[in-house]
Ligand binder design. Sequence first.
Ligand code: PLP
Length: 396
Amino acid sequence: MKTSDIRALYEEFVLPTYARSGVCLVKGKGSKVWDLEGKEYLDFFPGWAVSGLGHCHPDIVNAIKNQARKLLHVANNYYGVKQALLAKKIIEKSFPGRVFFCNSGAEAMESAIKFARKFGSKTGRYEMITMERSFHGRTLATLTATGQEKFHKGFEPLPEGFKHVPFNDFDALKQAVGPKTIAIALEPIQGEGGIQVASPDYLKKVKALCHEKNLLLVFDEVQTGMGRTGKWFAFEHYGIEPDLMALAKSLGSGVPIGALVVNRKIQEEVLTPGTHASTYGGNPLVAAAALAVFKAIEKGKLLGNAEAMGSYLKSRLEELKGKYPNLIKEVRGIGLMLGVELNRPGAEIVNRLRERGLLINCTQENVLRIMPAMTVTKRMIDQAVRLMDQVFSELS
Ligand SMILES: *Cc1c(COP(=O)(O)O)cnc(C)c1O
């Protein structure tokens, strides 16, 4: 079979909900992937921020193999060994509390919304304030929480009880809080929104406001979590803790798993037996994989690598900005979550890079999103920067 045969099958049988690049990837190892025709690519956006340890990390593959031989799935009316150990691990690395498991980022945020509403139901509060240009998923509630109109169009009427305010603007947020407000939700670094980093001063004030008004602070760390920023979770850069934290993407480094972490202070009597559930949530297979992700990050000292390689990559991108001031407006981000804002649309750059063998992403039309695996090396970064340099020089 060739890529053109696969494309024909898609055109006939798969709903066209994605803009696809025309490449069919069939094999991966670390930061490299190969397509059906055998062409090799350097992958600096592996699995849309899912494959945090790169493709097919041997420890994850082994954990999956071992678990698959024993037990793939048990329902959540039984205990599971791997789920218990994974919950303990997540809590040890984040903050004292408990975990609910699901299968995706949207479900983790949906769980946060349900938790907040149940928490507020005693006092008649239900409204969640979220940020403009945020991204929280595609279920009806999470797309409503998402502060971008393009995701709402055509799906009205949307669920009630969401308000959007500009990101990093404390006064706007404070003004939006009303008698019905129960929670504030945000990404510490907006991913889909163009790698917008929350300012430390802003988050400290948001935390204080939540304390003062008895609001829940929800961090969507689906993209920022699991070491990408050089710390286990992005909140650690700010010296504050959220009440609820949503995880997914890199948590499984390739298997579908999501989690909502709930601070011990608020968890009692909110989501009780029967009030929320997920058939697959945290099943033995995905829990074994996620446990192996934690262990591989520790064993490989990958937080340190993410920090070191992140600052190296950022400095190399700053060099490119110096060289192409007409093309590049700003380089921003933390660790291996970097954005290059352009003075022009980025789609053509992404396409030209792919033709040369480098995979990256573009979001908000003009922000190149570069999020290599935590195992990335200096040599791979140099290779990627060389390819970017070539494409920028063609276009300038
Ligand atoms: C990707 C993403 C989601 C949605 O995750 P899915 O697994 O696609 O449902 C939610 N929030 C953030 C910040 C994300 O990056």
